[in-house]
Design a protein around this ligand. Structure first.
Ligand code: FES
Ligand code: FES
Length: 218
């Protein structure tokens, strides 16, 4: 009968064998690259790859040196300290991280910072300030469009972009006439805002705020 220590022994051997194969693979690849004349970096194999990028954030040019795996969300929050943009799921499912890039709303958790070299990014801090609130921010306050507020930055960035999308005639899944400028019906609004989840359930108040700003009676 197979004993536990037998399994441990074979597992250890497997790990040692795997590590040896990886090391040999690295040596072989390095030797191959050197013999082909490539400039092999002297950095340790596990050192993060860094990149210099420059983007315009809320109207100001910002230069960054980031690990190439850094998401735009983490670059904004951890490097540039625009903490108004929230991390909810970090998987593209909640919309809390929504920002506007070159006029289009995106989930900043689903894109890498290095993909936005030269782009113009607007976060909630660039939409308005407590002293000079954007009409959408004012409407959210007046219609009580939030409770805990965690989703609110993403909701407002999305809502601002939704109105621009409709003005630009961009159809959604529920738009019937693809040749006409869509109207901000309840169905359009709910479809277009469906990527922004509010766990407090402030949806009806959020809808009222957006329809007021869009110029349609709630
Ligand atoms: Fe990006 Fe949830 S944090 S979608
Ligand atoms: Fe709390 Fe939306 S206000 S999650």
């Amino acid at each position: 009968m197979r004993k536990y220590h037998d399994f441990e022994l074979s597992r250890r051997n497997l790990l040692i064998g795997t590590a040896t194969s990886l090391a040999l693979g690295t040596v072989t690849r390095t030797a191959r690259a050197e013999s082909s004349g490539m400039d092999v970096p002297a950095a340790a194999p596990d050192a993060p790859a860094m990149a210099n990028i420059s983007m315009r954030v809320n109207g100001a040019v910002r230069d960054l040196n980031v690990d190439t795996r850094t998401t735009l969300l983490d670059a904004l929050r951890e490097h540039l300290h625009f903490t108004g943009t929230k991390k909810g799921c970090d998987h593209g499912q909640c919309g809390a991280c929504t920002v506007i890039v070159d006029g289009r709303r995106i989930n900043s958790c689903l894109t890498l910072a290095v993909m936005h070299q030269g782009d113009s990014v607007t976060t909630i801090e660039g939409i308005g300030t407590p002293e000079h609130m954007h009409p959408m921010q004012t409407a959210f306050v007046e219609h009580d469009g939030y409770q805990c507020g965690y989703c609110t930055s993403g909701q407002i960035c999305s809502a601002v972009a939704v109105i621009d999308e409709i003005k630009a005639g961009i159809p959604s899944l529920v738009t019937h006439d693809l040749n006409a400028v869509p109207e901000l019906t309840n169905a359009e609004l709910r479809e277009r805002m469906s990527g922004n989840i509010c766990r407090c359930g402030a949806y009806s108040n959020i809808a009222e705020a957006i329809t007021e700003v869009a110029g349609r009676p709630a």
